[in-house]
Design a protein around this ligand. Structure first.
Ligand code: PLP
Length: 474
């Protein structure tokens, strides 16, 4: 027998946190069987994993009962916070009704159609079409297929090369990791794959001394023009970038950067792909970062915040320029995934988007909590360890330095071998906050539901952890 409404007793029972966890036994099993992503298993076996067991709002609890403020929204994704019963109910209802059907061979399902139409409305014009995947990586693989197919259909198969950026992150599949510019990933497994090249990142911390931020933005965008000319404009299919680089360390580009990138892409007829896996769905105080950066990409990659991570879902918003050619001239596009348009994932997304809209979370980040975070984060600049603290919307970062200076470019960094960022991250955990370390840059991307009082709590915990790190280094 099926029912469309989960019963209250059942819901209450699954929301009651289990009290007794044998953490040592879980750690042993974990170490014996679970190969974790992006993990040094030697160190994992030595220290043991932290076992997360519950989440509510912006907080997590581990198996030993510690309450932790999640400054990273899981992995940049839990935009509406943990414990949203209405999302679990939407998922439950969909599972009871139609847990799965594929969208190959002229079939569709109601949640996928409804979501595609809604995303087309939310996206910056002129996006009418969506290709669904289950992750950001698959979505970026899809982008590679889409842009090459587009140029093939227009009779330009030689327009094949895609330009990404050093220290960009576009996922972990062969194409995703190749589009990204992470040296550690390229060092393993013979990446990047052919037909993908990289230019430098718009990181003002790396600008020549004396150059203004605005000047540097134009210079960094100019690297794209140089690369296009070096390759030959008739060989270049597309450029891909994150509006704000996330995994690379919250690199907020100069305001001049993206408009200049758009000008260069337009000039050489190069397709522009904005990877909004992190910046989509409100993180920068706009539905999509492209609006804030004043660009009109041809393709937008999304994932993470579309379901707040409750169920895996990703995809590509396909602009009319590409969609038109694909649909009018393309015939069958030989690409797709079993779970493209998964009804349960799409049902989770629909409820997640309703929450973001009804609670006006995007506007809150734009005019209330985002500016408040900026002000509070900037106040950390007076700490002896902090060389520079900056933020945009609900992403923020600070650089730990050995010697402070008035100007960013005069600060003296720590010897990388000291792993000061990792030491600091350890104190963050000990003080009940999750903050990520990218080298010696400490970053946060909190759930969009965080209140001003919770921003205060987060910044207090960060300051305490900076004090502890300083005391450790002396
Ligand atoms: N693109 C960006 C900008 C990301 O930050 C990520 C993941 O962090 C991805 C793509 C890959 O997404 P996934 O891990 O869902 O494959």
């Amino acid at each position: 027998m099926t029912t469309n409404t989960p019963d209250a007793a059942f819901l209450a029972s699954i929301k009651t946190p289990q009290q007794d966890f044998d953490t040592a036994a879980i750690r042993q099993l974990d170490s014996a069987h679970f190969l974790h992503p992006f993990t040094d298993h030697g160190s994992l076996a030595e220290k043991g994993a932290r076992v997360m067991v519950r989440g509510e709002g912006i907080y997590l609890w581990d198996s030993e009962g510690h309450k932790i403020l999640d400054g990273m929204s899981g992995l940049w994704c839990v935009n509406v916070g943990y414990g949203r019963t209405s999302i679990s109910q939407a998922v439950y209802r969909q599972m009871e009704t139609l847990p799965f059907y594929n969208s190959f061979f002229n079939t569709t399902n109601v949640p996928a159609v409804t979501l595609a139409a809604q995303l087309a409305q939310l996206a910056p014009a002129p996006f009418k079409h969506v290709f669904f995947t289950s992750s950001g990586s698959e979505a970026n693989d899809t982008n590679v297929r889409l842009v090459r197919r587009y140029w093939d259909l227009l009779g330009h198969p030689e327009r094949h090369t895609i330009i990404g950026r050093v220290n960009g992150y576009h996922g972990s599949t062969m194409a995703g990791a190749s589009l990204g510019g992470m040296a550690g990933m390229h060092a393993q497994g013979g990446l990047p794959i052919p037909g993908i090249v990289h230019i430098g990142q718009p990181n003002y911390a790396e600008a020549p001394k004396g150059m203004t931020e605005a000047e540097f933005g134009i210079v960094a965008a100019g690297w794209l023009e140089q690369k296009i000319l070096e390759l030959g404009p008739d060989k270049v299919a597309a450029f891909i970038g994150e509006p704000v680089q996330g995994a690379g360390g919250v690199i907020i580009p100069p305001p001049t950067y993206w408009p200049e990138i758009q000008r260069i892409c337009d000039k050489y007829d190069v397709l522009l792909i904005a990877d909004e896996v992190i910046t989509g769905f409100g993180r920068l105080g706009t539905w999509f970062g492209s609006e804030l950066m004043q660009i009109q990409p041809d393709l937008i990659t999304f994932a993470k915040g579309v379901t707040s991570g409750y169920v895996p879902l990703g995809g590509v918003l396909v602009g009319s320029r590409v969609a038109h050619v694909l649909i009018e001239k393309g015939g069958e596009f030989n690409h797709g995934f079993t779970y493209s348009g998964h009804p349960v994932a799409c049902a989770a997304a629909l409820e997640n988007l309703r929450i973001i809209q009804d609670e006006q979370l995007v506007n809150a980040v734009a005019v209330d909590t985002g500016p408040y975070l900026k002000q509070k984060f900037a106040s950390l600049s007076d700490h002896p360890l902090v060389g520079h603290a900056d933020s945009l919307g609900f992403v923020a970062g600070l650089n730990l330095v050995r010697k402070k200076a008035e100007h960013l470019h005069d600060c003296v960094p720590f010897d990388q071998a000291l792993h000061v960022g990792m030491i600091c991250r350890g104190y963050m955990f000990a003080n009940g906050i999750i903050m990520r370390a990218v080298g010696d840059r400490m970053i946060v991307a909190p759930p969009l539901v965080m209140t001003q009082a919770q921003v205060d709590e987060m910044v207090d915990r960060i300051r305490q952890s900076l004090d502890d790190t300083l005391a450790d280094l002396i």
